[in-house]
Design a protein around this ligand. Structure first.
Ligand code: SF4
Length: 498
């Protein structure tokens, strides 16, 4: 299968880490406050155009941005399939190309403009959607030939533009859409988006401008979607939003019936409902508010003999910094919380708890003392998984106008010092696991028959892996296996099946 030229490029995140080429044709680049760069394959879908007696039209898609944008791409693909469209693996075979853009960082905006230009040059019929589409004049000013520009979640407008660009004849095969929609992730895990937008005003972020205020989905709708995913074979749910701990606040937490009980549109009732499905469930983008304490007792244990099930002892908390003054300048939510105290209390309730986070170094005005506070906090917090970004200006973000921007070489040096500390902590934590046993889920099987798997401590495409020796024993993707850890590196584990 040919690939779009765009995906031949090697992606680079701002930590300087090179990402390898992929076989897929959709790439996703994260905003600074979320996950590392990830690449995603198209869903495994047959090309029906060869054997269909009906004419079909093909749409190509280039997807940039964070997991939330990826979910938007999935929804657009699902709608397209429902209306009888097929998908083109390259520009030449597409009747139209959708570019789902990211507008979070200046570099992401530039990357999005490049992707639009490439699609115009290679195909000509280009529909732009996503975060950058919230500012249509910016796009049409650079690329006046685009057919349509729509903002994030404007699925119907995207569909209208596709119908106009590539009208499709009625096709009785449209009901082949699987009930759970089409997933861009492997069949055994799925992202579950519970809300859109954000009510915070972090100084470095323009997501509230791009995506609007918090808009939560009703709890029964989210739980029903989770049920459908479970029925379709999904074994792991990754709950995402801009602020999962604020879920339902915009609606004032109304209750809805689900499985014979009233459930509030609130993170606790949502977590309880999801936990009852028995799937691995991870909470991403949680802030350390007091009410999050009540989630910890809902979490399962991962250190026992039985395979873990339900809400995993895993929290993804974008701390971004530790120093109160920096957090105040950043205008971060939960900035006044004593996070070390909170982490200690949570770990006392569930010692298996794993915490991952992201940080920004070199925020405007960050002094050496404030940065050292962050390094000291890191030593005390002993987080399990950590990502770090050098501060970058974003058009429209208030932090651009703050005084005392940190010189690039200082940011670079602080990033290196931070990563050295984070690697050391991670390596020590993983080394302590050597000789222990764990449950792991198989994500891939390589050409030697070895399994690329993950323990419950690691989110897919974000955290580390456990590489399990095949030893002539067959693995299945999505299978839960028991392993003994035999070795560890800074970020990954090595194991044998037991
Ligand atoms: S919490 Fe802050 S960084 Fe995250 S989306 Fe909201 S404003 Fe942006």
């Amino acid at each position: 299968m040919n690939r779009c030229p765009s995906i031949s490029a090697v992606l680079t995140d701002n930590s300087g880490t090179e990402k390898p080429e992929t076989d897929g044709y959709l790439n996703a680049r994260p905003p600074v406050h979320t996950a590392p760069t990830r690449e995603t394959k198209l869903p495994d879908m047959p090309d029906r155009s060869q054997d269909s007696p009906f004419s079909t039209r093909k749409v190509g898609m280039v997807s940039l941005g964070c997991p939330k944008a990826l979910v938007d791409s999935e929804r657009i693909l699902t709608r397209l399939r429902a209306e009888g469209y097929d998908f083109a693996p390259d520009y030449a075979g597409a009747d139209a190309v959708i570019v789902n853009t990211c507008g979070f960082l200046d570099s992401a905006r530039a990357e999005s403009l490049d992707a639009i230009g490439e699609a115009l040059a290679e195909n000509g019929k280009v529909i732009v959607t996503g975060c950058l589409g919230a500012d249509p004049a910016f796009i049409t000013g650079q690329h006046p030939r685009v057919l349509a520009v729509t903002g994030p979640q404007q699925y119907e407008q995207v569909m209208e533009a596709v119908r106009a660009a590539a009208p499709v004849a009625p096709n009785p095969l449209v009901d082949l859409v699987p009930p759970q929609g089409l997933k861009l992730t492997p069949r055994h895990y799925a992202w579950l988006k519970i809300s859109e937008g954000c009510n915070h005003k972090c100084a470095f972020c323009i997501i509230p401008q791009l995506r609007g205020p918090l808009a939560s989905r009703p709890v029964h709708a989210v739980l029903r979607e989770a049920e459908k995913l479970a029925e379709a074979g999904v074994r792991e749910l990754l709950v995402i939003s801009q602020d999962t701990s604020a879920y339902g606040r915009d609606l004032r937490h109304p209750s809805h019936p689900w499985r014979g009980r009233e459930r509030r549109t609130h993170v606790q009732d949502l977590a309880e409902g999801l936990a009852s499905l028995g799937l691995w469930t991870r909470l991403h983008y949680i802030y350390p508010y007091k009410h999050v304490d009540a989630l910890i007792p809902l979490m399962c244990r991962t250190s026992g003999e039985d395979a873990p099930a339900g809400l995993l002892p895993y929290l993804d908390i974008p701390f971004q910094h530790s120093h109160p003054e920096v957090l105040r300048r950043m205008r971060r939510p939960a900035a006044s919380e004593d996070t070390l105290e909170r982490l200690a209390a949570w770990r006392a309730i569930n010692p298996d708890l794993v915490v991952r986070s992201t940080f920004i170094v070199g925020f405007p005005g960050e002094t050496e003392a404030e940065f050292q506070h962050l390094l000291d906090w890191m030593e005390a917090a002993q987080l399990d998984r950590v990502g770090c970004f050098k501060y970058e200006n974003v058009v429209g973000a208030p932090s651009r106008d703050l005084p005392d921007h940190v010189p690039e070489e200082v940011k670079e040096a602080r990033h290196a010092r931070f990563m050295e500390a984070a690697q050391r902590i991670s390596a020590a934590k993983l080394a302590a696991k050597v000789g222990t046993r764990a449950w792991a889920v198989v994500d891939e099987i390589d050409e030697d028959g070895d399994a690329v798997a993950r323990t419950a401590s690691d989110a897919p495409e974000i955290d580390g892996n456990v590489f399990v020796d095949g030893e002539d024993r067959d693995f299945e993707v999505g299978e839960m296996i028991r392993v003994e850890i035999t070795d560890a590196s800074e970020y990954d584990l090595f194991a044998r099946r037991v």
